[in-house]
Design a protein around this ligand. Structure first.
Ligand code: ZN
Length: 248
């Protein structure tokens, strides 16, 4: 049962047939891990905290720099020099103090993946590192934890939802690992801030829909072209010989 305050606070989403009280309760019982609290992690965590996700785990080892303020919309000039995950947790708590926020102030690695993946309902990739993305991908398959991937550079973005239980196409099925993993990211290619909110908004939307049991497209790579302001969706298929997700 929701309290009167919760009914009031979340009323605009509870009134949706697809959410309702049951959906709101599901959100409040959910635990979501957000890896990376930068350009994507800021909008994603804002929407999830506002929606009343019961527990949000934020993972980022970076400190806030002046170059981040152009797009990382949770942070202010006063936050420069402070850890991103810790700072974001304070801001999100100010928006919604009913939710539980856990901070991991270090970079996501294999050890953290092994510990946290079994504890969460869903993982959201908001990193800007291919290495971290492949690690999240394999950990999500190992622990059967759904993963929502997002990436953006320049004017372009992409999202992919992976559900290992349904054996959907994984990140490595779609983007086979090269020997030389490219290092292109915002630092080398630049980025326009709103593109991150569009991609992050798609990730947050997928997460909320997933948690309230609405259908979420898997086996679909969605690409956003900011120049023409268009989304394109491509059907992708699990690869039988994919080193990350093939059945032994
Ligand atoms: Zn695969």
């Amino acid at each position: 049962m929701l309290t009167n305050q919760e009914q009031l606070r979340y009323g605009r989403q509870i009134m949706l047939d697809n959410v309702g009280e049951q959906g709101q309760i599901a959100l409040q019982q959910a635990t979501v891990l957000i890896v990376g609290v930068g350009g994507l992690g800021c909008p994603v965590s804002l929407y999830l905290a506002s929606a009343g996700i019961g527990k949000i785990i934020l993972c980022d080892g970076d400190d806030i720099e002046i170059t981040n303020l152009q797009r990382q919309i949770l942070f202010t000039e006063q936050d420069i020099g402070n850890n991103k995950a810790e700072t974001a947790a304070e801001k999100l708590n100010a928006i919604n103090h009913h939710i539980d926020i856990e901070v991991i102030d270090e970079m996501f690695d294999h050890e953290l993946a092994q510990y946290y993946m079994p504890l969460v309902d869903i993982v959201i990739d908001c990193t800007d590192s291919m290495k971290a993305r492949y690690l999240l991908n394999s950990a999500s398959i190992q622990h059967q934890t759904p993963l929502i991937i997002g990436a953006a550079t320049g004017l372009d973005g992409q999202t992919l939802v992976i559900d290992p239980e349904q054996r959907s196409a994984c990140y490595q099925c779609v983007f086979p690992k090269a020997d030389e993993t490219p290092v292109d990211n915002c630092q080398t290619l630049g980025i326009l801030g709103p593109v991150l909110s569009i991609v992050g908004g798609m990730q947050a939307l997928s997460a909320i829909k997933w948690l309230v049991n609405m259908p979420v497209a898997i086996n679909q790579l969605s690409l956003f072209d900011g120049l023409n302001q268009q989304w394109q969706h491509f059907k992708v298929t699990p690869q039988a010989d994919c080193p990350a997700c093939k059945k032994d």
